[in-house]
Design a protein around this ligand. Structure first.
Ligand code: EPU
Length: 348
């Protein structure tokens, strides 16, 4: 039997990130339990190596190789807790596929996460950027997460408020490196209203009365809508939306609207959220491609690795897009995925 931690050296990560860019991990380990996670982190601490926690690799860009230990979180497990008449808690190990878990919950008749079907990545990564789509965010039904607090080396349970969720943001993004999520708990219900207000979803569902729909049918509708607009990372490598939708103050929005009456925007409690896809599209980038990377031709917010692009190709394209959006609209786009690794010259 192999001894744990089973640390491997010089591992290629091209197949472990959905942008499919090459990068090597100096050390690599796959963990299947909280105990294995602790052992691996202890090993890295003793050897003085930096650690990168990797889930599905669907929200990061490798700028180059990673000189420390990459820990692939593969903690399995799916179980129900607190099953009552109409509600139940679904507990997911951090390594479970998010999309498979959505289908599992929806197939069992439980509502809450069906609008989040087909989002790539793992359950443990979902709270980090508070995944959201079609009018639903993870924080709408997340009860708590269990995480290893690397400051105290203890497992802690953080409730929804403690996770400090906001749009594509959370405690885990605000305190990088501090917590490693091992398990999440979702409060689901058989009777909560389905969220069907998003325009694309309404158009797809047509006149079907809400009462005739079950959560699996909603998940299937979401899958069809996503497949129409968003590229499948297995075919066109990507990390979903590359930028957040920026929020500007009302005054700036009004002056933008004077110059661009068609601007797509959504009023928020504070300020106005602009559709980054529209800003990028209007700046002429939709469908752009160079020899290696480009912008999706059906969703301008998605960058694509067309042909053996490396992380820096993607980052250079992103920087050029940002500059042109600033120039045209005076709005600065913030990147959604994280950047890891040192730029290298070896891959070309
Ligand atoms: N639009 C354009 N050009 C385009 C695409 C869109 O002008 O190429 C305009 C359209 O007017 C459209 C508006 O932008 O109505 C918004 O587009 P869309 O409904 O596709 O949503 P989004 O704001 O671009 C967000 C999320 C997506 C999520 C969808 C659906 C962010 C950063 N992105 O995209 O999330 O699937 O809403 O809810 O909030 C992701 O995070 O990876 C992701 C895909």
């Amino acid at each position: 039997m192999t001894q744990f931690p089973d640390i491997r050296e010089n591992i290629e990560l091209v197949g472990l990130n959905t942008l499919h860019v090459p990068a090597r991990a100096r050390f690599f380990v796959e963990v299947r339990s909280a105990e294995e996670l602790v052992q691996s982190l202890d090993w890295a601490a003793a050897e003085n190596y930096e650690v990168l926690i990797l889930g599905g690799g669907s929200n990061l860009v490798f700028a180059g190789d990673f000189a420390g230990l990459v820990v692939r979180l593969a903690i399995p497990g799916r179980r129900w807790e607190h099953i009552e008449d109409q509600s139940a808690t679904l507990v997911l190990g951090a390594g479970e596929s998010w999309h498979e878990s959505v289908l599992y919950a929806a197939g069992a008749g439980y509502r809450g996460i069906e609008n989040l079907a087909l989002i790539p990545g793992t359950a443990g990564a979902a709270p980090v950027q508070n995944i959201g789509a079609y009018g639903v965010e993870l924080c709408d039904c997340l009860e708590s997460v269990t995480a290893l607090d690397r400051k105290t080396s203890e497992l802690v349970v953080l409730n929804n408020a403690e996770c400090r969720f906001a749009y594509r943001d959370s405690l885990f993004k605000q305190t990088p490196g501090r917590y490693v999520i091992t398990e999440i708990r979702l409060g689901l219900s058989r009777s909560r209203p389905l969220v069907l207000g998003y325009r694309d979803l309404q158009e797809y569902l047509g006149d079907t009365p809400d009462c005739d729909l079950n959560p699996l049918q909603v998940a299937e509708a979401i899958m069809a809508i996503r497949r129409r607009k968003l590229p499948d990372p297995a075919i066109l490598p990507n990390v979903g939306s590359f930028f957040k939708n920026p929020v500007v103050d009302v005054g700036s929005f009004e002056s933008l609207r004077e110059r661009h009456p068609d601007i797509v925007a959504y009023p928020q409690k504070q300020g106005v959220k602009l559709a980054a896809a529209w800003l990028i599209d209007q700046s002429g980038w939709k469908g752009f491609r160079n020899a290696r990377v480009g912008v999706h031709n059906r969703q301008a917010l998605v960058l694509i690795n067309h042909s053996e692009g490396v992380g820096t190709d993607i980052l250079e394209l992103a920087a050029t897009i940002r500059e042109s959006v600033v120039k045209r609209f005076g709005v600065t786009l913030e990147m959604e995925p994280g950047i890891v690794g040192e730029p290298v010259t070896g891959h070309s």
